[in-house]
Design a binder for this molecule. Sequence first.
Ligand SMILES: NC(=O)C1=CN([C@@H]2O[C@H](COP(=O)(O)OP(=O)(O)OC[C@H]3O[C@@H](n4cnc5c(N)ncnc54)[C@H](O)[C@@H]3O)[C@@H](O)[C@H]2O)[C@@H](O)CC1
Ligand SMILES: Nc1ncnc2c1ncn2[C@@H]1O[C@H](COP(=O)(O)OP(=O)(O)O)[C@@H](O)[C@H]1O
Ligand SMILES: [K+]
Length: 485
Amino acid sequence: MIGLYTAEEVRAAEEPLLATGPEGALMQQAATGLATVCARLLDDVYGRRVVLLVGTGNNGGDALHAGAFLARRGARVTAVLLDPERAHPAGLAALRRAGGRVGTGADAIARADLVLDGMLGIGGRGGLRPEAAELARAAADGAGITIAVDVPSGVDASTGAVDGPAFPAMHTVTFGAVKLGLVVGEGRGYAGEVHLVDIGLGAHLPTPSAWRFTDADAAARLALPAPDDDKYSQGVVGIVAGSATYPGAGVLCTGAALRTRPGLVRYAGTAAGGVRAAWPEAIVTEGRPGDAGRVQSWVVGPGMGTDDDARSVLAEVLATDLPVIVDADGLTMLAEQQDLVRARRAATVLTPHDREFARFGTEPGGDRVAAARDLAADLGCVVLLKGDATVVADADGTAFVNGTGTPWLATAGTGDVLSGITGALLATGLPGVEAAAAAAHLHGRAGQLAAERGPLIAGDLVRRLPDAIQRVRGVPHSGLGHWEA
Ligand SMILES: NC(=O)C1=CN([C@@H]2O[C@H](COP(=O)(O)OP(=O)(O)OC[C@H]3O[C@@H](n4cnc5c(N)ncnc54)[C@H](O)[C@@H]3O)[C@@H](O)[C@H]2O)[C@@H](O)CC1
Ligand SMILES: Nc1ncnc2c1ncn2[C@@H]1O[C@H](COP(=O)(O)OP(=O)(O)O)[C@@H](O)[C@H]1O
Ligand SMILES: [K+]
């Protein structure tokens, strides 16, 4: 797993290194790593125009030292200083020694091949002041590559909240540890591609605030069928989704569960006809959940409606002592009867998008990890808050930020697929928070695979799920399967 850290955690880890290491050593390491990434992205450094946006703190110092490195390799480097009296003295001296110069704003930015944002790093507080905001806008309008030093200025490094304008980075070169604000919420959009430069913080870092799953983490949670398995022992999933008028949600959800963990999937609900036609593999009843037969987990909510029948079905499912994932219409009803979750002892996973989340009382706001954590703690369940970087939080504060996916997932029905995957993983006995994090990871990978062929529809995710599973397991898909000689 990849740890994601707040600014405070990174500062605390830096302290012992600053206290014991030679003066400026950490900054030299950071700046060298930064300049190396810049040089790689510029391809040929000689003669390139580089503009440094330089604030009053160490973030500006990093930019100045990296600028000096690039100037020594023949780049034409101009530093734009937000406050000339307070620019990092050693950094400025190094830049001047290397032949860099100090200049002014917008024109230089418009002509730059590369704009390096060293205005604010983890010491930034609140929104950008007007002069900094102006430079960020000019960088957005320019044609050069935009690279943020450590954190894009205007982005809260700990939360990803953005208050007003911020520097639009195509790349962020971050030091020592990945800051949470680079991968979640609005901040993620400003950070672009994140490059991590090792400055030796490793042993000093605390347990991170949040985690990101790798493919290996997801794969470790996808238990393979064993020789002594049968269709029941793999975990049976029950699906309550879709309706006579809207069978689609039932079809997608059932398909996703089957494709994730094809032991046995049972369906109960009024979309029975559509589900039966689409998935002969599923066991289908028009009746209530109790008529479906034994299951090890329930998916309830997508497209099921919100009438009285739907309410009583939701209550019936939540009254079981089985793990349940609640989505869509189920969430709309649950928001009005939150005690149905609080009373549960088995795992409950709620998978709201922003509007569904708001029905539980508060908008997600700028700090999406905190929002998901708060609701999870309040209800005593797992909350998976959907978005371009989906957040999963458990009642004890454990949090994951998803790193897979594509904006092509913003299409109807993809949420139903996520519900089916989550239900299938819950049925295997995984803790709720791990099932949800692994499901989000897998869903995103399926989306990426489907998007390789252009615009995707939700059904494509179901079709690509087997490939996504093989991909996260690191199995090359030759189409022939794996044979041991
Ligand atoms: N601590 C260290 O030794 C290291 C720090 N590094 C760099 O240092 C950065 C943190 O440096 P600092 O703590 O000096 O902080 P920053 O450079 O992030 O910013 C602090 C300065 O900006 C001002 N400021 C804060 N909010 C502002 C706003 N909204 N508008 C305008 N000005 C604002 C503050 O008054 C202060 O002068 C990191 O992000 C990283 O880039 C790296 O060099 C690695 C080593
Ligand atoms: N811009 C985006 N980038 C990446 N993923 C997205 C984006 N917008 C939505 N998604 C993902 O697509 C899915 C949409 O789910 P949802 O809103 O429930 O749709 P539906 O109810 O139509 O199925 C979620 O998994 C969400 O994380
Ligand atoms: K910055």
